[in-house]
Design a protein around this ligand. Sequence first.
Ligand SMILES: C[S@@+](CC[C@H](N)C(=O)[O-])C[C@H]1O[C@@H](n2cnc3c(N)ncnc32)[C@H](O)[C@@H]1O
Length: 168
Amino acid sequence: MRFKDMGGSMGKIGNLLKEIQIFAKDGKMSSDRALRKQQQLNNLVYVVANQAKPGDRIVDFCSGGGHVGIVLAHILPSCQVTLIENKELSLIRAKKRSDELGLSNIWFIQANMEYFTGMFNIGVALHACGVATDMVIEHCIKTRASFVTCPCCYGFIQNTSKFNFPKR
Ligand SMILES: C[S@@+](CC[C@H](N)C(=O)[O-])C[C@H]1O[C@@H](n2cnc3c(N)ncnc32)[C@H](O)[C@@H]1O
């Protein structure tokens, strides 16, 4: 989903990403890719921010280094944001970034998201690998939570023990 005019939010998020040097510290992303990612982040965050109510629990599934969750925690201080990611190093990076911003409404869980059983109001996922996006959507539906997802580029789709494609 794309929005033509995001008003002040777009600049605010862009400035925040620069401030915490999300892309620069990763050091791997080309400027084209970083721009595309920032546009996706802006759009995703915009939708969640419009949906969220004070006190909501938001889960950033497959959070990686926290691109989405950290921005959400920063712009929605009355919400609780949980990052779930199975790679330890990515979460350490996310924690360091959130500490630098002084965030106190963010939590980190290192786990395969399939084992997450907590309640939440909004699930988000940006570029959750392959079928992980389908798993996030299924998890949100089961929990009766809203969801905002932007899948990764599917290099190929294969059936797994949990999912068969095409889905009907
Ligand atoms: C392409 S990265 C995207 C990271 C982040 N959302 C972003 O946009 O920068 C996908 C991440 O999902 C994580 N991941 C994939 N499957 C997962 C699962 N079942 N449970 C938890 N994390 C998972 C990977 O370790 C990886 O860090």
